[in-house]
Design a protein around this ligand. Structure first.
Ligand SMILES: Nc1ncnc2c1ncn2[C@@H]1O[C@H](COP(=O)(O)OP(=O)(O)OP(=O)(O)O)[C@@H](O)[C@H]1O
Length: 458
């Protein structure tokens, strides 16, 4: 929306900028102002005769349906002195918004999703950050895993926050590196699942330009890049939980979306090999596997941990209960994802509910799949993507809310050539869309509360 008003219809109050004498008066909260600047009409014949007319361009956040935010403009006309005075008052007010970042480290994966991160940064994100008076240190990856080096050598004390442009995989590389570094610096025994981790204090924002953008959906309610940038500009933050994966007695990775073995890791393995298909591989590979390939079932011992029910309310529990042990059942997959599936309803916004309620709740969702018909599974798969409640009510699926769990694969196929593709697939996990190998057929996943701080206002 573009609005042109006279300076006399604008007034600033304690918490809001008001624009009256228009059809629908505007009440813009100070925290929703992006920035303002004094401009002059470009020189013309008339301006050379009568002098140029200055105006103040005020940019603000407008909140639409489905959590979609846009950047709008009010053009205020008046004398140069009046406009200059209003500009100073607005900028003073914005300056009092203490949460707002002034300098950001921007980490860009140029090949994620549609490979459009760089052009989105220069045409959309950088101009918005400039309007908000935010300066940026920009780092762009040149190869796979380069983000880990970039994050590792980045001085996080030189900025107020970080911005990741890419998908869940890029975000994972950044926070895996930084969160692990924090634990090392604090000298914590972070390879122990019950070790209380130190939070990563620097806030992270995500501009969703990957293929899988699950975290952004949970933080902003959609994967619109402008909405994401406006959340970052506003500067409000929230701590989120992470899952931590342990194998071979060590911490192997954190995760903010999904840890999966079986059908989902097999899908990710083949998806990675078809990168040339770009985004289409995320449709083609799952369909091909589900419709034409034999289901790879496996035996596993699964141990589920709940919070110790004897622990005092609110106190961090120090012991854990073995609640369920599933053994001897032929499984197709074991999948955990951050957030609580019982918050699922109908529609995209549920990602928000799932993650928003997460930090107070120490549990996360675990799905255990047994053999399923192809079509019922496909139906489930698409319901799962939209987080529909009915996705979790299937006879081939057991859904739990857990604090941690352990999987021990019981390999009954001794004849498997250890160098074969089959064997390779049986040793990998899908962690936020990245492939991670686990050792001796065994791994554990535990939830860690409020250790990552994200820019979000919802
Ligand atoms: N410049 C680069 N060249 C090649 N690979 C890169 C580059 N930068 C990052 N990567 C790799 O991209 C992957 C992360 O991609 P991300 O998940 O952010 O986007 P995506 O489109 O969702 O991912 P993917 O294409 O893997 O599904 C990581 O494996 C990372 O190592």
């Amino acid at each position: 929306m573009f609005l042109k008003v006279d300076i006399k219809s604008v007034c600033i109050e304690e918490n809001a900028l008001k624009i009256c004498e228009i059809k629908t008066p505007l009440n813009i909260e100070i925290c929703d102002l992006i920035g303002c600047r004094l401009c002059e009409e470009p020189p013309s014949f008339l301006s050379s005769l009568f002098g140029s007319s200055p105006y103040l361009s005020i940019r603000y956040i407008s909140k639409g349906e489905n959590y979609r935010w846009t950047a709008e403009t009010v053009q205020v006309t008046g004398s140069k002195e009046e406009c200059g005075a209003l500009e100073n008052r607005i900028n003073d007010k914005i300056g009092q918004e203490k949460n707002r970042p002034k300098k950001l480290g921007v980490f860009i994966n140029p090949i994620g999703g549609n490979q459009s991160s760089l052009s989105i940064y220069s045409s959309v994100i950088s101009p918005l950050f400039k309007e908000a008076n935010i300066s940026c240190d920009v780092l762009v990856t040149e190869r796979s895993k380069h983000m880990i080096d970039l994050a590792n050598s980045f001085d996080t004390t030189s900025v107020d926050g970080l911005v990741v442009m890419g998908g869940d995989g890029t975000l994972l590389e950044v926070f895996n590196t930084l969160l692990t570094r924090v634990q090392k610096e604090a000298n914590l025994d972070y390879d122990q699942p019950t070790c209380k981790l130190k939070p990563l204090e620097i806030p992270i924002g995500i501009i969703p330009t990957g293929t899988g953008n699950g975290v952004a959906k949970g933080l902003y309610g959609n994967i619109d890049v402008v909405t994401a940038a406006l959340h970052i500009i506003r500067g409000r933050t929230r701590y989120n939980n992470v899952q931590a994966l342990y194998t071979g007695g060590k911490l192997a990775s954190f995760s903010s979306v999904i840890v999966a073995v079986g059908l989902f890791s097999e899908m990710m393995f083949h998806t990675e090999r078809q990168r040339w298909m770009k985004k289409a591989r995320y449709v083609f590979v799952p369909l091909h596997l589900l419709l034409f390939k034999k289901q790879r079932l496996f035996n596993a011992k699964l141990t589920i941990y709940h919070k110790n029910r004897n622990s005092l309310d609110g106190a961090e529990p120090t012991e854990w209960e073995d609640a369920v042990q599933l053994e001897g059942k032929r499984l197709w997959g074991v999948v955990s994802f951050s957030g609580d599936h019982t918050q699922a309803g109908d529609g995209e916004g549920n990602y928000v509910a799932m993650l928003r309620n997460g930090p107070q709740n120490s549990d996360f969702s675990l799905l255990v799949y047994s053999e399923a018909g192809r079509l019922p599974f496909l139906n489930h798969f698409f319901q799962l993507i939209t987080l529909s409640k009915s996705a979790f009510e299937k006879d081939f699926l057991s859904a739990y809310t857990v604090h941690g769990y352990k999987v021990k694969i019981i390999n009954d196929d001794e004849a498997l050539d250890p160098n074969s593709e089959e064997a390779e697939i049986s040793r990998i996990l899908d962690v936020d869309g990245e492939l991670v190998t686990f050792e001796d057929g065994e791994y554990e996943v535990w939830n860690h509360l409020q250790v990552l701080k994200f820019y979000t206002s919802i």
